[in-house]
Write a protein that binds this ligand. Sequence first.
Ligand code: AMP
Length: 191
Amino acid sequence: MHNIVLFGPPGAGKGTQSEKLILKYNLIHISTGDLFRKHLGEGTELGNLAKKYMDEGNLVPDEVVIGMVDDKIKSTKDANGFIFDGFPRTVAQAEALDALLEENNMKISCMIALDVPEEVLKERIKERGKTSGRVDDQNEQKINTRIRVYLEETLPVAGYYQAQNKLTKVHGVGGIDEIFQKITKVVDESI
Ligand code: AMP
């Protein structure tokens, strides 16, 4: 069973690589950003709550995110493993995830951190904004906020997994398949 944390700043390619990993390893994709967008689209209470944070590029409060992930894990039967994309984004979320997995007799196998220079991230997000329809992809100030929030609040999560010897950095610039090969090597060695 593989439980993978795919880590990196906005625009690092987590979504793209997750799609390929899900197919190769038959994993359940837990992207908290996608889950929030789904709630938003359906106009749920959770979606309305998350909207004001998402629109500004800020993090949704930990307890809201953790509750949503807990529900998703519990409602998934017979999974071959999970890929966590865009979660955990704070050390409190990482601790909560370890506790949730332990309750279900699981643990994180590895964290893969995609390393991409800031200028490349900004270009990729702006390019994605042309088709994603995401408010937070289309405005320079919001993009800058998301990168700042990543550096200040999310980067310490890498240290959390490093302390457990689970962190591997992968250079995230190049061809999609080339990056995918590097990621699968790490996953295969993490069993
Ligand atoms: P993403 O699609 O991962 O870039 O997430 C889009 C937005 O959803 C973020 O800018 C946050 O506002 C919110 N979000 C997604 N995942 C999390 C998380 N793990 N913790 C807090 N907020 C999150």
